[in-house]
Structures are given as C-alpha cells and as structure tokens.
Ligand binder design. Structure first.
Ligand code: URA
Length: 287
C-alpha cells in the first residue's frame, strides 16, 4: 500500500505533466536530461524520500555563478530606448550598492510607511537564493502569501513553481519578490502611494542580487520598473533594460489561471530566459 507521501508526490508529478502538456511540451519533457522519472529511489535520495521521484542532475555551473556586477557602460547600454527613471526614486534606493538582502529586510523592519500595514498580517519580503541569476517580480502578496509571509505560495504561486521547474530549475535556485511587500486589501492593485513607498526596497533587492535576468510577472511589476503606464502586451516577451539588468515582461500566473491559452506565450518567453541563462532549450512546437 503506497504511503500518503508517495500519493501526494505522484499527484504533484501528474499535475506537472499536465502543465507540460498544456504547454505542448510532452516530447520536451520526456527526453529532458534534468528531469527523469524513476520508480525507485535514486542512490542520493534520503530514506524518507518517496519512491516515485524526480531525479535531479546538477544545474549547469553557469546557472549558479554569481553574476558580475554590471559595469557603468553595460548599464548605460539599453536594449530598448526607455524614458529615464526620475532620479529621486533611485537616489535613496541606490545609496549603498553592496548591502545584503538581510540588511534591506532589517531596514524595512515592521514597516508602517504606507497604509497597507494596517491590514496586513505578514510582510512578504521575498524568497529564494541571494545568489540567484534569475529574479521573478510579481505585484503584491495575496491572502496565502499574507498568511505565510512568503511570495507566490497560493494558486498562482503553484503555477509559477511549475513554470520554474519546467525551465529545469527549482524555486530555491531563483529569487521571487513583489513590488509591494504587504497585501492590498481584497487583492486590489497596489495604489500609487503604496508603490512609491515600497518600490525602493524592491530596487535595493535587485541591486543586492545583481541578477542576470529579471522577469516581470504582469503589468504592475513591469510598469514599476520601467516607470511606464504602457500595457504589458506592448512589451511582453521583449528584452528591456532596467538599469543595466536584462528584464523581460511576461504575463502574471494569475492571468494564466484565467487564460490558460496564454501559457504558450509565457513558455516562449521563458525559453528566451533559459537561452540567456545558458539552460538547455529544446525546440518544441507550442500547441
Ligand atoms: N501574486 C503576486 O503578484 N505575488 C504574490 O506573491 C502572489 C500572488
């Protein structure tokens, strides 16, 4: 009789396969090197590990190395011409370019800088590797995130996790954060004053991480980084420059839950990111 952990694990695998099939990825998935289904524990697996497991092969070194700090010349080189950001936003945010995420979290403290603090349960600062080459930026915490203090742990978060895993990565390989760190009541969009109060912390997080690629999930993230009110559909899937970092906007996972057909577009975007990070990209035909 299989143990409940086995059942839960195999259900997770089934969900993941369904997700790949949604993307038209069945052939890609079947012969992918990094993700292999095995019926018995791998030699490295711990005794408690379920017998139906995903074996992991190490990430390419390039995916784990700390990226070099972008030089001023590289920073100045834009991938697309963009309106320069107002200096006031950045003077404070970029005072100290070598601060750690912990220092930034410390500075945020039990924040009361905007009205969102009055309704929040937990501050959702961010989660993942401080050495991540890839950062996902969402809009703001929802109910699950507010309860747990972690970004993207609800339904949209599960989809984001599947997307990360489809790239051959795990959540702990990347960094995930939001434009605002406290939940807007009723999951409304964050308001201008809230974004203004909170976004300097996002900019500082990005400058501490110095990622090779930033993926903006949805319009709020993209509009905040680019100080633009253009619709995301103008820029989705295009490489843009955010202060010398390569940035690519794509649809928010919550949008994909409502419009599953858009998953194929997002997968194309993520393949661009994989190529940029030196991760194996197999040509697949999207459905
Ligand atoms: N949506 C977001 O934008 N961020 C989260 O953390 C969760 C849902």
């Amino acid at each position: 009789m299989p143990e409940s952990a086995d059942i839960a694990h195999s259900e997770k695998l089934k969900q993941r396969l369904r997700f790949y099939e949604d993307l038209g990825l069945a052939p890609f998935y079947r012969d992918r090197g990094r993700l292999r289904l095995s019926q018995s524990p791998s030699p490295a697996s711990s005794p408690g590990r379920p017998s139906l497991s995903i074996e992991e092969t190490p990430l390419p070194k390039s995916a784990l190395q700390t990226p070099a700090v972008a030089s001023p010349a590289a920073r100045a080189k834009a991938f697309l011409p963009l309106t320069p950001l107002p200096p006031s936003l950045f003077e404070a945010a970029y005072k100290n370019q070598s601060e750690t995420l912990l220092q930034i979290r410390d500075d945020l403290g039990e924040c009361t800088r905007c009205k969102l603090h009055t309704t929040r349960n937990k501050i959702v600062f961010g989660d993942g590797s401080p050495r991540a080459q890839l950062v996902f930026v969402g809009e703001g915490p929802g109910a699950d995130e507010d309860a747990q203090g972690l970004p993207f742990v609800g339904r949209a978060g599960k989809l984001l996790t599947q997307m990360i895993e489809a790239m051959g990565l795990e959540r702990r390989d990347v960094y995930i954060c939001n434009v605002v760190k406290c939940r807007p009541p009723g999951n409304r969009q964050p308001e201008g004053d809230e974004v203004e109060a909170c976004s300097p912390f996002l900019f500082r997080q990005l400058d501490s991480l110095k990622p090779k690629v930033i993926v903006c999930l949805g319009a709020t993230a993209f509009q905040t980084l680019l100080q633009s009110n253009r619709s995301i559909s103008h820029f989705r899937g295009q490489w843009l420059d955010f202060r010398g970092y390569k940035m690519l906007p794509t649809y928010h996972p919550a949008y994909l839950l409502r419009n599953p057909a858009a998953k194929a577009d997002v997968w194309k975007d993520l393949q661009k990111v994989m190529a940029e990070l030196g991760l194996e990209v197999k040509k697949t035909k999207a459905k």
